[in-house]
Design a protein around this ligand. Structure first.
Ligand SMILES: NC(=O)c1ccc[n+]([C@@H]2O[C@H](COP(=O)([O-])OP(=O)(O)OC[C@H]3O[C@@H](n4cnc5c(N)ncnc54)[C@H](O)[C@@H]3O)[C@@H](O)[C@H]2O)c1
Length: 344
């Protein structure tokens, strides 16, 4: 069957991250935003008016539209799997915000359902599309680090109590998780993408400053199957505001640190004879993004369109999105049992 030139999109959940979806879709020539959905009528109407799309209050109604090829899901995390599964059964390709679900059982059911219904499943880890991260990944794939020794993923951000109280789902076990599951998951995804697969995990979490059910600070150590060690540091307690989201990767013949507000800036780039390359990279950095969401949503949505058109896997398929989720759930398990967790 010939694929349409322009693919129809429905965006489910019209909250804080939704503009990244709608603005990206509006800017992509191969995409058309045909419908939006939110359980709060004003929010659905607001987005609908702005993009000349149809508003829906019930996602099941939106899913009946034949002109929608891809849905993006930007609701609270606890309902990602349920909506994704319904979308797959309606024959829609699914792009789901991180975390793809709150449990591995739900993640597996979502992956299985998408496979059975013959639709693509992409998880939105847009930082994989940062220019800095793409450079790092290319260096890694070219074997330039030699033997990988270790890496660190640090999220040092501030989310004050007002952030958590603005919506009842925030910071809860069933709908959101804490700093690992919400804010740090992108960086954990990158750490495991560079050094994985993971063999075992040990970590601690704490609810230090905010009045929430889950953690606002965490530390963990990973052992990767290739022998490398990974460190995770995650906090939304940083005084008085966001400092950085940083990824460090070290090997026998390479050291790279990507920092900035959201892993957007190459800070260290050391390989043998890399002076000229280093100057080139440092001289052509992307501007800091206006917020920690970065620039990657457009890239990952464009990638999904190409995945559908050419019938290939999207950049971060469900199986790949599941990996960071598994690491985070293992850290939660360590906190409960005091024991390291072997993955897989
Ligand atoms: N990729 C990123 O960098 C990034 C950044 C922020 C948030 N997120 C993720 O996006 C999701 C949403 O986060 P947010 O900050 O936009 O939250 P939000 O609370 O601002 O928005 C969620 C919206 O979903 C609506 N909603 C709830 N249940 C619904 C349902 N059943 N059907 C339709 N709409 C429903 C709510 O009314 C709300 O407007 C979360 O999973 C979060 O982890 C990802």
């Amino acid at each position: 069957m010939k694929t349409k030139e322009k693919l129809g999109f429905g965006v489910i959940g019209c909250g804080r991250i939704a503009p990244k979806h709608t603005e990206s879709i509006a800017a992509i020539p191969d995409a058309e935003l045909v419908a939006v959905c939110d359980i709060i009528p004003e929010k659905a109407q607001d987005f609908a008016s702005k993009y000349n799309a149809q508003p829906y209050l019930d996602y099941q109604e939106l899913l009946k539209r034949e002109d929608i090829d891809i849905v993006t899901i930007a609701t609270p995390s606890g309902c990602h799997a349920e909506i994704g599964i319904a979308a797959a059964k309606a024959g829609k390709h699914v792009m789901v915000e991180k975390p793809m679900s709150m449990t591995l059982q739900e993640a597996d059911l979502l992956i299985k359902t998408c496979r059975e219904w013959g639709v693509k499943l992409g998880v939105i880890h847009q930082n994989r599309f940062n220019q800095s991260v793409k450079l790092l990944r290319a260096a890694l794939e070219a074997g330039r680090f030699g033997k990988l020794t270790h890496g660190q993923a640090s999220v040092r951000w501030n989310r004050n109590q007002e952030y958590y109280t603005q919506a009842p789902w925030r910071g809860t076990k069933l709908q959101d998780g804490g700093v690992l599951m919400n804010q740090s998951i992108h960086n954990i995804d990158l750490l495991q993408w560079m050094l994985g697969p993971v063999d075992s995990v040990y970590g601690y979490t704490a609810t230090a400053l905010r009045k929430i059910e889950m953690e606002d600070v965490a530390g963990a150590v990973l052992r990767f199957k290739n022998g490398a060690i990974g460190l995770i540091e995650a906090a939304t307690t940083i005084y008085p505001k966001n400092i950085e989201e940083t990824l460090n990767i070290f090997g026998e013949t390479g050291s790279v640190i990507i920092g900035g507000i959201a892993v957007n800036r190459v800070e260290v780039w050391e390989f043998p004879e890399s002076e000229e390359e280093k100057n080139r990279i440092f001289g052509a950095q992307e501007n800091d993004p206006p917020n920690i969401y970065g620039y990657g949503h457009r890239g990952i949505i464009e990638d999904m369109i190409q995945a559908v058109k050419t019938d290939r896997l999207p950049a971060v398929p469900g199986e790949e999105g599941r990996k960071a989720l598994e690491i985070i759930l293992a850290i939660y398990q360590c906190q409960e049992t005091g024991l390291p967790v072997k993955l897989g």
